[in-house]
Design a protein around this ligand. Structure first.
Ligand code: GDP
Length: 298
């Protein structure tokens, strides 16, 4: 995960080690390297520009503090700014004051929503909750089945339309699920929605309608970290079409460049809340911007 970006940045900082003073030329050379490393990692250009601009300004204007030498000071600035790009503080899940808490998932087909639904349920169970999964992806014939398999793996109940009841109305299913959850004392409802391979007006509207119907406490936009530059465009489309409260990066275990996903928080202004790092239910973590920045700059 972000290995090559991490290696590149570490190599850049090596050149600064032991320098007693940093000239403007030193700072500029470092920033050029950082810019190249970020672009090669697929971080979106406007994000790279803003990021390197802030680093340059701070590197040239801030007094070197306390125990740090000038090189370490630059590393600290890069670290601070990286934490900022990744969303700043850890953003935890927002639970409803009166259960059930409703979490809706949105994103393109194949982004990892169904898998994430299972992982979230698995994690919530370990935290003492009683989650229920809701199959509101009625677009693909196999989607309900897939959620049921994931539910079994997570040990979570799945609410789905009865087989044979036609295609079903995902908005109705989602609405009904809230009452079912209340009556069966499930305190968290996770609504899986349909996505297409590309941005699709009709499904976007459906997701927006489900959102209006169930009034979720969280809408998590799931993005495949491996889709490259399309990540930003897709995130913007979902922000405009459905609106979301947080981002989940999936497939962070892939060793692709992944930098586009790092741009999503900065571009949309929404926090990255979880990371999905594999196909097993356990490959899931809360996203901590500071720890991720440390990993990248390690
Ligand atoms: P959905 O269409 O958005 O519901 O996506 P799915 O949950 O069906 O995931 C699509 C594919 O990606 C499946 O084959 C999953 O097993 C796989 N997948 C999901 N999350 C991850 C992940 O974090 N890492 C890896 N390597 N594969 C994942």
């Amino acid at each position: 995960m972000f290995n090559s970006l991490s290696d590149r940045l570490t190599a850049t900082f090596k050149n600064l080690r032991g320098k007693g003073r940093l000239s403007e030329a030193d700072v500029d050379a470092t920033i050029r390297e950082i810019r190249r490393a970020l672009l090669d990692a697929d971080v979106a250009l406007p994000v790279v520009r803003a990021f390197t601009g802030r680093i340059r300004e701070r590197a040239l204007s801030e007094e070197v503090s306390g125990a740090l030498n000038p090189g370490q000071q630059v590393v600290k600035i890069v670290n601070d700014e990286l934490v900022g790009i990744l969303g700043g503080q850890t953003r935890r899940l927002n639970f409803a004051k009166r259960p059930p808490t409703v979490i809706m998932l949105a994103g393109l087909q194949g982004a990892g929503k169904t898998t994430l639904a299972g992982k979230l349920a698995h994690w919530l169970k370990s935290e003492g909750h009683r989650p229920m999964l809701v199959a509101a992806d009625l677009q693909r014939p196999n989607a309900v089945n897939q959620l049921q398999i994931v539910g079994e793996r997570a040990g979570a109940v799945v609410y789905a339309p009865e087989p044979g009841n036609g295609v079903g109305d995902p908005i109705q299913v989602a609405t009904d699920s809230i009452e079912v959850a209340k009556s069966k004392l499930h305190d968290v409802v996770i609504v899986d929605t349909a996505g297409r391979l590309g941005i699709d007006e009709e499904l976007m509207q459906q997701a927006a309608d489900i959102r209006s119907a169930v009034n979720p406490d969280e809408v998590l936009f799931v993005i495949d970290a491996m889709i490259g530059q399309d990540a930003v465009k897709t995130a913007e489309a979902f922000l405009a079409g459905v609106d979301f409260t947080g981002v989940v990066l999936s497939k962070l275990d892939g060793d692709s460049r992944g930098g586009a996903a790092l741009s999503v928080a900065e571009v949309t202004g929404k926090p990255i809340m979880f990371a999905s790092t594999g196909e097993s239910m356990k490959d899931f973590e809360q996203f901590h911007p500071d720890r991720m920045a440390d990993r990248i700059l390690d």
